[in-house]
Design a protein around this ligand. Structure first.
Ligand SMILES: [Zn+2]
Length: 247
């Protein structure tokens, strides 16, 4: 009897060690924040839609070229803007929005979030929102952290200010900021494309020549495959439709 009790106790200790309670086991990772709806990496949808996203603009050289290519192909995208640059080029921001694209918040200074506390982040989000509001008369809805860095305090700070965090599909990083060659950028985007993908590109890194050349191939090729690029809001709406259909 004594031995049985001791064996039970040992088993309980093993269980507690390897199978901790829900709270302790809850890793605050991608899936945790996705379940809460606080962040999105990609969106479940049946429709052949993707969301091209462009970071680090507005840029007076490259953003107008991206806008023209999108318009020629009847596509839309989301631009995650650096607040400081919005103040410098409000006309480009207005044009971006006027053409049916969506604007997003990418902080004011583009500093790494690991070097900011939550009140600094909140301040940068507000400053950028104000710059966008001044340029367009509209508020933006989404936040993308510089370099895609996130942790619990930053996701919660964004959430408190009303922003879902928008990341990108794990296999849809164009790596265009490294200028790896047009062919590689095209390949990085098209090779694994599937419905609901969020695709990461850049129009404001200072040299986005390869991005522009790649986009000339990517947009028609997406259409050949039956895809269209839409805004983040449209992409999320197509996911809501799936949920509604399955109820
Ligand atoms: Zn960035």
């Amino acid at each position: 009897m004594h031995r049985t009790l001791r064996a039970l106790l040992a088993a309980a200790i093993v269980m507690a060690t390897f199978f901790p309670t829900d709270d302790a086991a809850q890793k605050k990772d991608r899936f945790y924040f996705e379940r809460l709806g606080y962040a999105h990496w990609q969106v479940p949808t049946h429709r052949k839609v993707v969301a091209l996203t462009f970071d680090d603009g507005p840029d007076p050289t490259y953003t107008p070229q991206v806008l023209q290519l999108l318009a020629e192909n009847h596509d839309q995208a989301t631009f995650f803007l650096i607040g400081r640059k919005v103040s410098e080029h409000p006309d480009i921001v207005r044009q971006t929005e006027f053409l049916g694209n969506e604007l997003g918040n990418h902080t004011f200074s583009h500093r790494h979030l690991a070097h900011m506390n939550t009140s600094e982040l909140a301040g940068e989000l507000d400053q950028t929102q104000n710059a966008i509001l001044q340029a367009t008369g509209q508020k933006c809805k989404y936040f993308r952290p510089p370099r895609g860095y996130y942790d619990e305090p930053s996701v919660l700070t964004a959430h408190d200010r009303g922003y879902p965090v928008i990341m990108w599909s794990w296999d849809e990083d164009s790596r265009d900021w490294q200028a790896p060659g047009v062919h590689n950028i095209v390949n990085n985007v098209l090779k694994h494309v599937h419905p609901g993908d969020i695709i990461l590109m850049h129009d404001g890194t200072g040299n986005s020549k390869q991005t522009i050349a790649a986009l000339r191939k990517i947009l028609p090729d997406l259409h050949k495959r039956g895809y269209q690029s839409v805004t983040i809001s449209d992409l999320l709406r197509s996911a809501e439709r799936i949920e509604a259909e399955s109820k």
